[in-house]
Design a protein around this ligand. Structure first.
Ligand code: HDE
Length: 757
């Protein structure tokens, strides 16, 4: 048969492998396994990938994507400098000149290559979600979900699938500050053995608009205004609230945006949501609806606004640094994946909202969230650009077992994400960039285009074919089969009637918040609308809030110095639905399960500090996984009573209060006296207090609390549980009380409006 085939083939003696039978069964490419020299390697990418997948049990910290990505990792240690052509470079300091004082020679190809490459280093930033931070990890399924979905990542208990996650803000540019009030992106790329699945979600479960058609307008309105490109990374300006007041579907999302969800303490401490209703399909072709939820092991925690504002100056990389340091220190962030699964019949019975409307949640009281797996992020990228910047998420990347619904926002996203990469990553081959390439093998007849990496062999690049034995052949039922949803309808522009109800869930959210969360929402509206210049724009938002809750509207109107306007007109004048409150919508519902791990604690020192106490406090905090730092007025040693001198790790100036979760004022008369004379220290303490953070005050530390003017009682007269005052003799008991306060994260009961401190 071979001979017969060969006889029919054009045959090239110089390159015999390009034709004939060999073309049908190309050799697998040789690649390098980690730590094997290229010359002796014989493993293939397929082997490396599959051994790390499925049953493979990678060690914690050893990421399953190591194999595939090690192919392209570059290590320059012990190497000589070369050009991009591999020619060794003798001198990287001086260009080639005609005489030492003469012109540079055109022939200096080394100089020209270097400069030309530099000239083209930048690519366009993402049109939204430009600023972000990413990490590698794995997803581990808890159980066999095959009765619900045939998606292979859920095929059996303990199965691990490599992931890459990118967190982001939406509005700011690539260099903007992390702590802006904004939605956070939470995008996960699952490299499943049946192809890439991207869950491109946010940390808020609903969206601003109902139809993708409005997305460019929404984004234009919230981005910096086009004439002067102000403000950066902020929704607090006229154009956004102009759009918002004229698009009442936005009000549910607006409530979340003004809540503390929009100023998380850490990427590690926020939930993630798929937002849309998706569809799960099992091997029998049965379908159910599904909502995706990520819940952080570290609990949901947020900053307070004044803290977020100051952090934007003190450390614009606050969230990026936090994620990086947690992973480097072995405190791998972890989330549980939960699904709300419900049938189409159940969905049809939800009379208050439409599950295809992305401005609505399915309350957990109606459909509980079922935990199905966990995700651990255990490896930082090696190179920000190659991985975090070039990663291309796409709402259209689904795998067999996961399918779309007709949510009109989701439908538009299916188009947008591939399209945007064509500009951002420069052509149709961005799936070949290592961070984007699936670990599942790619075989199709797509060819060529800018930056093509694959060397497709053979003469056949079409289908059907006989010359290549029909390969690659269609997979039939093993492949992705769209759920055959029966559809009938007229071709129309418009939306279903239930989509016109905009306020029921906004009110549900408001009602489900604790009093302090409600206070923060009012203050956020006050800040944002005060920045708005046009009175009519402010008024329209307050008019919308009247429909959410008249008390909320009144509180905001009072702060803006305007009377409460009449409610914003509604399309249908049926009563606003009244949902029972849903406690799980409060941030405080999820305190977390990691104690004080990764909490940053400042220990304030100066000459004369009690070194033995500092060492004991430091060791005790460290033992529980917190990150204590010895903070002083300048670097170097401080003379100590009670032990050897201490090394100052960092100064009050370099790491102001906002960079810590709590502070310790150790005993030592002289130290307290020195710190009391330093305005930066007093400001540090006032900010700790004002941002609801715990203080451990020992011995002479008391006098610092007094000098800073911090009240030790709550506004209601009770003692402040976040100010633990003790004599040095009772250090152990004081540490227990302090750690309990750090675990609570914030002492919200301290807050008054205006703040006392
Ligand atoms: Fe996106 N979105 N989006 N979005 N989105 C992008 O894709 C878009 C929406 C989300 O870390 C862009 O690669 C449209 C909802 C995240 O790389 C772009 C619509 C949700 C990220 C795009 C939406 C998201 C993006 C910009 C309305 C939550 C960052 C760069 C129909 C479920 C991913 C890019 C990353 C990024 C379009 C609405 C989440 C332009 C048209 C709803 C987390 O394609």
């Amino acid at each position: 048969e071979d001979a017969d085939l060969a006889a029919r083939m054009p045959y090239n003696e110089v390159k015999p492998l390009e034709y004939g039978q060999a073309a049908f069964t190309p050799h697998r490419g040789e690649t390098r396994t980690p730590d094997t020299p290229l010359a002796t390697a014989s493993t293939t990418t397929e082997d490396i990938a599959s051994s790390k997948l499925g049953d493979g049990e990678p060690d914690i910290g050893a990421n399953p994507l190591n194999g595939p990505l090690d192919r392209v990792r570059v290590d320059d240690s012990n190497r000589e400098l070369t050009t991009n052509q591999g020619v060794k470079v003798a001198d990287n300091q001086d260009s080639l000149k005609i005489g030492l004082r003469g012109p540079t020679a055109m022939e200096d190809f080394i100089f020209r290559e270097k400069i030309t490459h530099f000239d083209h280093e930048r690519i366009p930033e993402r049109v939204v979600h430009a600023r972000g931070a990413g990490a590698h990890g794995f997803f581990e399924s808890y159980q066999d979900l095959s009765s619900i979905t045939r998606a292979s990542l859920f095929a059996k208990p303990g199965k691990r699938t490599p992931v890459f996650v990118r967190f982001s803000t939406v509005v700011g540019s690539r260099g903007s500050a992390d702590t802006a009030r904004d939605v956070r992106g939470f995008a996960t790329k699952f490299y499943t053995d049946e192809g890439v699945f991207d869950l491109v979600g946010n940390n808020i479960p609903v969206f601003f608009i109902q139809d993708a058609m409005k997305f460019p307008d929404l984004i234009h309105s919230v981005k910096p205004e086009p004439h002067h490109e102000i403000p950066q990374a902020s929704s607090a300006h006229d154009t956004f609230y102009d759009f918002a007041g004229l698009s009442p579907e936005i009000f549910h999302m607006l409530m979340w945006l003004e809540s503390d969800r929009a100023i998380p303490r850490s990427y590690r401490m926020m939930q993630g949501f798929g937002v849309h209703t998706f569809r799960l399909v099992n091997a029998k072709g049965e379908s159910r609806f599904c909502k995706f939820h990520w819940t952080p092991l570290a609990g949901t925690h947020s900053l307070v606004w004044d803290e977020a504002v100051k952090l934007a100056g003190a450390d614009p990389d606050f969230h990026r640094r936090d994620l990086w340091e947690a992973i480097e220190s072995g405190n791998f962030p972890e989330w549980e994946l939960g699904l709300q699964v419900f049938t189409e019949e159940q969905a049809a019975a939800f009379k208050l909202f439409d599950v295809l409307d992305p401005t609505k949640i399915v309350p957990e009281e109606l459909v509980p969230v079922r935990p199905v797996g966990r995700m651990v992020l255990d490896r930082n990228p090696d190179n920000f650009f190659a991985e975090t910047e070039q990663v291309a998420f796409c709402a259209a990347h689904v795998v067999p077992g996961i399918d779309f619904t007709n949510d009109p926002l989701l439908q538009g996203r299916i188009h947008s994400y591939v399209d945007t990469q064509l500009t951002r990553l420069g052509g149709p081959n961005f799936h070949e960039i290592p961070i984007n390439s699936p670990v599942a093998q790619v075989h199709n007849n797509q060819r060529d285009g800018f930056h093509r990496q694959a060397i497709n062999r053979g003469r056949v690049n079409y289908e059907p074919n006989s010359l290549a034995g029909g390969c690659p052949f269609q997979a039939g039922s093993r492949g992705f089969v769209s759920y055959p949803q029966p559809i009938e309808g007229s071709k129309v522009r418009g939306k279903p009637e239930l989509f016109a109800e905009h306020y029921g869930q906004a009110r549900l959210f408001w009602k489900s918040q604790t009093p302090v969360e409600q206070k923060h929402i009012v203050e956020a509206f006050r800040f944002e609308l005060t920045r708005v210049q046009t009175p009519a724009v402010r008024e329209r938002i307050v008019a919308g809030l009247v429909n959410v809750d008249p008390k909320l509207a009144k509180a905001v109107a009072d702060q803006l110095g305007i009377p409460v306007p009449p409610p914003l007109p509604r399309v249908n004048n049926t009563p606003i639905p009244d949902y029972p409150p849903s406690p799980s919508l409060s941030l405080l519902a999820r305190p977390g399960r990691v104690g004080i791990r990764t909490r940053r604690v400042a220990i304030a020192v100066a000459n004369g500090v009690d070194a033995a106490a500092v060492r004991q406090i430091h060791a005790s905090l460290l033992k529980d996984g917190a990150q204590p730092r010895v903070v002083g007025q300048h670097l170097g040693e401080v003379a100590a009573v009670n032990g050897k001198p201490l090394d100052v790790e960092v100064t009050f100036e370099a790491t102001p209060s906002v960079m810590y979760d709590a502070v310790v004022l150790p005993p030592g008369e002289a130290a307290a006296a020195a710190l009391e004379r330093d305005g930066r220290v007093l400001e540090f303490l006032r900010d700790q207090y004002r941002h609801d953070k715990p203080l451990l005050v020992l011995g002479a530390g008391r006098q610092l609390v007094a000098a800073a003017g911090l009240p030790v009682a709550l506004p209601n007269g009770e003692p402040d549980p976040g100010i633990v005052v003790a004599d040095p003799g009772h250090l152990n008991a004081a540490l227990v009380a302090f750690k309990t306060a750090v675990m609570r994260h914030k002492i919200y009961a301290r807050e008054t409006d205006p703040p006392r401190v």
